[in-house]
Ligand binder design. Structure first.
Ligand code: UDP
Length: 322
């Protein structure tokens, strides 16, 4: 743990989730104080095991969409920054529960109003590449066309627009990050989870990874450590205020190639092959994701460092050893 003369206090909502927990760890590691707020719906205490006992870390169980839960926290702590990451996540879960997703708009409102009222901390919001939907132009640019097609995307867009509005109307510092696919240790690989975890789980148990459709759909994958570094820079740097920034590599990969790479890294090359299956979510499976990352490079002075091979190896190790 570093000693930090400029020690600050950050709120991380959704801090017990996959991305949030890694962010909490980083903030603690560089010597800040962290209040982790999570309703443990998809986040788990296991995710924050490494930092739970740290004197700079506080975990509070609560629902961001309930003003009474979160206003207490803002009254008690003086935040220098807020990372608003709490959300209903996972394609399957969000499609099955659209109204639960809609409730997350309330959480966005709570964060903005309370930030305005209590000390005006900068707010960094986890938005999503989903706002591009089936993209109308490639690469996908922050100032270009958007096409939100699912409830999750609609709520993320509400978030972005409200953050912008609070920036322009109230001069509250805000920044929305459009995360493209993030992967790494702790990511959910269950049926409600995400493709990298699902494939690793399948391959480690000797099954063929189930590739939906023809497998030629593309996604842009960022390893969790790079995602966290980008978010930290977005918080720290003044020039990100009022901005929306894509976070990705700009190097899309087909899902078929992802499956093949995981098979190879697990050492089952020639023994199992990706299995093409009918897509369960055929109507909404976006064909291509391909971010323009020039704005990220310019504003954050950052480009992801971890190669796909290196990142997948780390994630495979985690799935093996827990
Ligand atoms: N996918 C797949 N097999 C699976 C799970 C996902 O081929 O078992 C594909 C899915 O159809 C999509 C991509 O992997 O094209 C990424 O899916 P995920 O749900 O992780 O995230 P999305 O980018 O769709 O939000």
């Amino acid at each position: 743990m570093q000693k930090n003369k400029n020690k600050k206090t950050f709120l991380v909502t959704g801090g017990a989730g996959f991305i949030g927990s890694h962010l909490c760890e980083k903030l603690i590691k560089i010597g800040h104080k962290v209040v982790c707020f999570d309703n443990l719906s998809t986040g788990t205490l296991k995710n924050i095991l490494t930092i739970k006992k740290n004197p700079n870390f506080v975990f509070i169980k609560g629902d961001i969409n309930q003003i009474k839960d979160i206003s207490l926290i803002f009254r008690k702590y003086k935040f220098n920054g807020v990372f608003h990451y709490a959300a209903t996540v996972g394609v399957k879960r969000t499609l099955e529960n659209p109204l639960m997703v809609l409730k997350d708009a309330e959480g966005i409102k709570n964060i903005l109003e309370l930030s305005l009222k209590y000390g005006r901390p900068k707010v960094v919001f986890a938005s999503s590449s989903e706002v591009y939907g089936e993209s109308r132009e490639l690469p996908e640019k922050e100032e270009g066309a958007i096409n939100p097609q699912i409830p999750y995307a609609a709520v993320k867009l509400i978030g972005e627009k409200f953050l912008e509005a609070y920036y322009y109307k109230h001069n509250l510092k805000t920044c929305s990050l459009r995360f493209f696919n993030v992967y790494g240790p702790r990511q959910d690989g269950s049926d409600y989870g995400f493709v990298v975890g699902i494939f690793i789980r399948q391959v480690l148990s000797g099954q063929s990874p189930t590739v939906f459709g023809d497998g030629r759909q593309t996604r842009d994958f960022t390893f969790i450590d790079d995602n966290v570094e980008a978010s930290w820079r977005a918080m720290k740097l003044e020039k990100t205020s009022g901005q929306i920034i894509n976070i990705g590599s700009g190097r899309p990969l087909t899902i078929f190639d992802l499956a093949t790479e995981i098979i190879n890294l697990v050492g089952l090359e020639g023994k199992i092959k990706p299995r093409l299956v009918k897509n369960r979510k055929i109507d909404i499976d976006v064909r291509h994701r391909f971010p323009e990352v020039g704005k990220m490079i310019k504003l954050l002075n950052f480009y992801p460092k971890v190669s796909l091979e290196e990142g997948l190896k780390k994630m495979i190790d985690w799935y093996k050893n827990g």
